[in-house]
Design a protein around this ligand. Sequence first.
Ligand code: PLP
Length: 437
Amino acid sequence: MTVSYVTTKELQEKREKYVPKGVSNGNLNIAHHAAGATITDIDQNEWIDFAGAIGTLNVGHSHPKVTEAVNKQVEKFLHPGFNVMMYEGYINLAEKLCKITPGSFEKQAILFNSGAEAVENAIKIARRYTGRQAVVSFVRGYHGRTNMTMSMTSKVKPYKFGFGPFAPEVYQAPFPYLYHKPSEMTEEAYIDHMIEEFKDFFIAVVAPETVACVVMEPVQGEGGFIIPPQKFVKAVSDFCKEHGIVFVADEIQTGFGRTGKLFAIEHFDVTPDLMTVSKSLAAGLPLSGVVGKSEILNVADPGELGGTYSGSPVACAAALAVIDIMEEENLPEKAESLGQKIEAKLLDLAERHDYVGDIRRLGAMVAVEIVDHRDSKRPDKKKTADIVKFANENGLLLLSAGLKGNVVRFLAPLVITDDELARGLAILEKAFDHNQI
Ligand SMILES: Cc1ncc(COP(=O)(O)O)c(C=O)c1O
């Protein structure tokens, strides 16, 4: 047998030549294998993973139960195509999703491949159900890179610049950002003000009776892990009910235990009509879904929804294993204690560095805002990039976020061991110290 050994440098050069630069890379090394919260590259260097493939790996890399379920399915068949011949995995997963998502009404679930595809389909379904066209998302929201979801997304560069024209009838409503509230306002006054702004938006920008759906991330992900006040989320949900608008919770980044509950919307005492799920649903396999009220989901006629690869049996097998693991390993509870540990380290770093601004979290959805100085709260994108770069050159996979690129976010697998966490936090500390003013 010939053993070919390709070097990191060779692969980096090949990548540069053959893969367009439009796909960015946070880390320039080449993965060889991974388990739990550690990836080993082809040079045998270990990387502690605080990125989890952007929130995809709540159960960790290569969880043995996921691998076993996937292998078993691969042995049986890969893809009959659900609309050609049905299979058990799709049906069982639909049932499971209906059972574990909030809401005591009759539910159904339909499967797709990517997060953006789930959002697109939630909109198709809401439009058909309501007979209305307009779609409302929120400032700082992120819903994907297809034309429709790009239109709903806030950050112009890099997500939208030069990629228009965008989909019509998409409007972005105001969304509260407590850390950057006007300093003279109390929190309570600011929240009430933002609720007024939200309602005024439907006078100034789009009439509610033309709106099919409001799509909201319960915690804004790419926007910088912005956690809205419960009162605001409730006001949005009530407004939707009052005006016959379908309320869609985009749980693609927040779902599956990340925030300390199975779904983030459960923190806000509201029940969405529809929910989009993906990312950690299938532990790294491409799978997404729309789940919610049967009354809404069942409105489209046969052939109007779906897609060639939608609900791949292999991904469904992984997802069914993930849902079992969530319960067996008590991952939502683990998320809370993981979040507390990361927060404690950030509070410690804040004592030494004036550039550490807001530290916020819901469960293990933790973020820290990097600013010029905490008195000014002025975003510091450069320092954020330096911290993330240092981490990615020194053994820690770390991501930034935020409309202004000044948020470091944490999406470590919820199964991370104490040792992996300690090693990761030690590198994080070095990255912060390295960036001392
Ligand atoms: C909240 C949210 N919605 C939708 C998407 C799009 O998912 P995908 O990249 O799988 O299309 C993402 C991806 O980051 C997301 O965070």
